[in-house]
Design a protein around this ligand. Structure first.
Ligand code: GCO
Length: 463
């Protein structure tokens, strides 16, 4: 999801111009061959974007409009039946097998499992269990995210993510899922993109609750989600004591942290400083909190949120990164984000205008390796309706990743977003992120894009 992101410290590790997405293709004969044994090569989806038939705070948000009358979602789209994946798992598993994936990241829809507070839906739980069992039987490691942006209505009605006690609701939910699925799932991601949830919901306004310019609440929500993560991780470790994949550990806990290259539009001191602030707030604040057990969210002169959360330390075993693009930042002190985006003519972009910058993946992997956690790329992909750029995008990002690995960075997995086209939060159905396209006018028929062959080829090199 492209967000006009925001503020706050540390100079950009890489403000230097670098070539990106040139048209040379790495050799498919060798691409990926030096990646380590056991490297997970998979695809990612999320429940609300694919399952269909969900009723949650997003379904309500989808029906709303902005004060100027525009619908919350582009074209007034509603997720509705989405990809109907809830009913088509076997078909989708066959797509995964055709790709040769060794892992699949999906999310569980809290509102299905607990539609009313304390009321649990055993059938829905059984369905998720069946998925994990079938994946494992197919040699595909399930990676389960517990919160990928959609909340049950009852949680939203109690105050949603602004209520500090929501962390306990998250923990109870994680405890329940861990208890029920712990014997088939090891790889858990409690919360997807803590920084994005807060920025989109309280600064940009294109996620529920749709607030804009509220930098103070945005920081508070980030802190609440970090608390929630710590409690969820603790609960998962307590209840999931079964090593499902035989690697000697019952749980592998990650977060899915959205990272981006933030580059100043000019060499001016102001652009450089604002890009640095943005970079620090968006890229560093979350992993730093996991590393130190101390939350520090600061925007000079505006926000200074400091909190000790000792349980955050040790609450992730590995660092999951979601990487899509680079933002060119121009200072704009009149806006809540302190910046506006600058677009350079002639750059390769996805269909939504996001800069395609594979070298950014290499730069960020080198940089985040300094924290010491093994790294998984949990999302990387592009909207590409014509399907003309996805193969090259995939090749170049895997090459960037492999280069980092060759230089000693401990990267253990790559998940392409997405297995198939789906409901893009805020943008609706028009951006096409799928390795498989979905024909929404024709029974949601899935069709392979040319990148399926590329993915398959790389996956063969990994074996
Ligand atoms: C996010 C997500 C996905 C998006 C994907 C493409 O970053 O918003 O985790 O839900 O669909 O990133 O924008």
């Amino acid at each position: 999801m492209k967000r006009a992101l925001l503020p706050v410290m540390a100079l950009l590790a890489a403000c230097a111009e670098r070539p990106g997405f040139d048209l040379t293709s790495p050799s498919l004969d060798t691409l990926g061959k030096t990646l380590p044994t056991g490297f997970l090569f998979g695809t990612a989806t999320s429940a609300h974007q694919t399952e269909g038939g969900n009723v949650n705070d997003w379904t309500d948000f989808e029906q709303g409009t902005y004060p100027d009358g525009r619908p919350h979602i582009t074209n007034g789209d509603q997720s509705g039946l989405a990809d109907d994946s809830w009913n088509r798992f076997d078909e989708d598993l066959a797509l995964m097998q055709a790709l040769g994936v060794t892992a699949y990241r999906f999310s569980i829809e809290w509102s299905r499992l607990e539609p009313e507070e304390g009321v649990w839906n055993a059938q829905a739980m059984a369905r998720y269990r069946e998925w994990a069992v079938k994946l494992r039987a197919a040699g595909i490691e399930p990676s389960v995210t517990l919160f990928h942006f959609s909340l049950p209505r009852w949680v939203a009605a109690k105050g949603g993510l602004e209520r500090p006690e929501v962390a306990d609701d998250f923990a109870a939910y994680a405890r329940r899922v861990g208890t029920e699925l712990g014997d088939v799932v090891d790889f858990w991601c409690p919360i997807n993109e803590i920084n994005i949830v807060a920025a989109e919901g309280w600064l940009v306004g294109d996620f529920p609750p749709g607030n804009t310019g509220d930098t103070a609440t945005r920081a508070r929500v980030m802190a609440i989600l970090l608390h929630a993560h710590a409690k969820m991780a603790k609960a998962l470790r307590e209840v999931d004591v079964v090593d499902a994949n035989g690697d000697g550990k019952a749980t592998l806990i990650t977060t899915a942290h959205h990272v981006r290259i933030f580059q100043p539009a000019t060499h001016s001191a102001l652009d450089t400083a604002i890009a640095g602030l943005t970079d620090d707030f968006e890229n560093e604040a979350v992993p730093r909190a996991f590393a130190t057990g101390h939350i520090a969210l600061t925007v000079p002169g505006t926000i200074d949120l400091q909190e000790d959360v000792p349980d955050l330390k040790g609450s992730i075993d590995v660092l999951g990164l979601n990487y899509y693009t680079r933002d060119i930042i121009r200072a704009d002190l009149g806006s809540a984000s302190l910046s506006t985006m600058h677009y350079r003519a002639g750059r390769p972009t996805n269909d939504q205008g996001w800069d395609l910058y594979p070298d950014g993946l290499y730069i960020l992997l080198k940089r985040f390796s300094a924290y010491g956690w093994p790294i998984y790329i949990l999302e990387n992909g592009l909207s590409d309706q014509e399907g003309t750029k996805r193969s090259l995008f995939l090749e170049q990002h895997v090459a960037a990743l492999e280069r980092a690995v060759d230089e000693g960075v401990d990267v253990r997995g790559y998940f392409h977003w997405s297995l198939m086209d789906n409901f893009e939060f805020a943008d609706g159905f028009w951006p096409r992120f799928g390795l498989y396209s979905v024909d929404y006018a024709n029974d949601r028929k899935r069709t392979a894009t040319p990148a399926v062959a590329t993915f398959k080829r790389i996956s063969q090199n990994l074996r």
